[in-house]
Design a binder for this molecule. Structure first.
Ligand SMILES: NC(=O)C1=CN([C@@H]2O[C@H](COP(=O)(O)OP(=O)(O)OC[C@H]3O[C@@H](n4cnc5c(N)ncnc54)[C@H](OP(=O)(O)O)[C@@H]3O)[C@@H](O)[C@H]2O)C=CC1
Ligand SMILES: CC(=O)[C@@H](O)[C@H](O)COP(=O)(O)O
Ligand SMILES: [Mn+2]
Length: 390
């Protein structure tokens, strides 16, 4: 039996992981569940999966649950609760399915306690990839990609030597605005952005997909997961999202991983690796797919992708700044404070104000994240004031 802690159990990845676990009761079991404030859904999950620990980071939400709950699961709260879920003693593998930089500390705690990581929380690898990968090596834990592209690459690399990689081809759907001009992007609204053509996901990553910041984050994620240079990572728009990514080797051979756009498959692979278990999820029917097409990304219009390459190549704390500024800008856009094209503007301007620290330790990364959030927030306040004055 493999015991799983899920950080972010009430979200898109978290709930799909629970479906996978409920379909494989002989192999997978839940030891801890954690969410931010959705007490109702967490309570239902506790009733069904009976974890040792359940956590709501938000104290008021945790209080509501504690007042109602009569079972034997230990209910915890706050950052300490999240760390407890990440390090619960019976846990073998921690699925990091929470959003944003908040995943960094529990991921490190899990690694330091010898837990394997099923990695969905890409922001942590972007902000602190070098540090996290070094820790994983030191504590001899496995880092198993959940992100569909990185799971695809990981699957293509089974039995291969990463030194024989010529390039990685990360596929991108292109999002809801593929083919749009900058002029057309001026007036897009939140509802337009939340309409991803192929995947149903949480709000933050869906906005990221639309700006191509998601692909930018994934480029940096790939650099750390697979130890390749940025020159070896290429992004190709593949609107059907059937090929989840490809690896070209030095002899010119290309391996690809294909499947329905269904996150339950990479989630299950990460949780059961190296085993493959039977699924009853819809399978590909090649005759009905028709064409698989490819095009180059429009990096001038969708500049968040280029900014990620810039941040990644510069290294140090700049990827952390890229991530923090993007997080702040996305939530400001979702809350109606800035317009869509302000998102890459905020990232670019925050990056340009930063004095990068090379080889950052955890303290430097945390202070860089705080600095970037504060700078991005100030920028957004100025933008909001300027709009009011018009
Ligand atoms: N969705 C997808 O298909 C994919 C997602 N990913 C990555 O996986 C991660 C999760 O994405 P997704 O599932 O879409 O996100 P969702 O917004 O759907 O879910 C986020 C989950 O994290 C919890 N959460 C949010 N903030 C915190 C916090 N500070 N502390 C503890 N828990 C928190 C939420 O709890 P509550 O509900 O209580 O707010 C919720 O359970 C992201 O990093 C994303 O980039 C990667 C590939 C695909
Ligand atoms: C499902 C998944 O892995 C997402 O990261 C997905 O890749 C988003 O689609 P885009 O290719 O549009 O960014
Ligand atoms: Mn992805």
């Amino acid at each position: 039996m493999r015991y799983v802690s899920i950080l972010g159990s009430t979200g898109s990845i978290g709930t799909q992981a629970l479906t996978v676990i409920s379909k494989n009761p002989a192999t997978l079991s839940i030891s801890a569940l954690a969410a931010y404030h959705n007490d109702q859904m967490l309570e239902e999950q506790i009733e069904y999966f009976k974890p040792a620990i359940a956590v709501l980071v938000d104290k008021q939400a945790a209080d509501r649950l504690v007042r109602r709950y009569r079972g034997s699961t230990l209910i915890l709260t706050g950052e300490e609760g999240l760390l407890a879920a990440a390090t619960e003693k019976s846990t073998h593998i921690v699925l990091t399915a929470l959003v944003g930089f908040a995943g960094l500390k529990p991921t490190i705690a899990a690694i330091e306690n010898g837990k394997d990581i099923a990695f969905a929380n890409k922001e942590t690898l972007v902000a602190a990839g070098e540090l996290v990968m070094k820790l994983a090596k030191r504590y001899n834990v496995r880092i198993l990609p959940v992100d569909s592209e990185h799971s695809a690459i990981f699957q293509c690399l089974q039995g291969e030597n990463t030194e024989k990689i010529r390039r990685i081809i990360l596929t991108a759907s292109g999002g809801p605005f593929r083919g749009f001009t900058a002029a057309q992007l001026v007036s897009v609204n939140v509802a337009d952005c939340l309409h991803h053509p192929n995947w149903s996901m949480g709000r933050k990553i869906t906005i990221d997909s639309s700006t191509l910041a998601n692909k930018g984050l994934e480029v940096i994620e790939a650099r750390w997961l697979f130890g390749v240079d940025y020159d070896q990572i290429e992004v190709t728009i593949h609107p059907q999202s059937i090929i989840h990514s490809m690896v070209e080797f030095i002899d010119g051979s290309v391996l690809a991983q294909l499947g329905q756009p269904d996150m339950r498959v990479p989630i299950q692979y990460a949780l059961t690796y190296p085993e493959r278990l039977v699924t009853d999820f819809p399978k590909l029917d090649f005759t009905s797919i028709g064409a698989l097409t490819f095009e180059s990304p429009d990096i001038n219009t969708f500049s968040a992708l280029n900014l990620a390459y810039l941040a990644g190549r510069s290294g140090g704390t700049l990827p952390c700044v890229y991530n923090a500024a993007n997080e702040v800008a996305v939530y400001a856009f979702l809350n109606g404070k800035i317009s869509y094209l302000d998102i890459p503007r905020v990232i670019k301007d925050t990056m340009s104000q930063h004095q990068s620290v090379m080889n950052p330790d955890i303290t430097a990364i945390i202070s860089c994240d705080s600095w970037a959030r504060q700078s991005a927030c100030q920028m957004i306040e100025h933008m909001a004031k300027a709009i009011k004055q018009c």
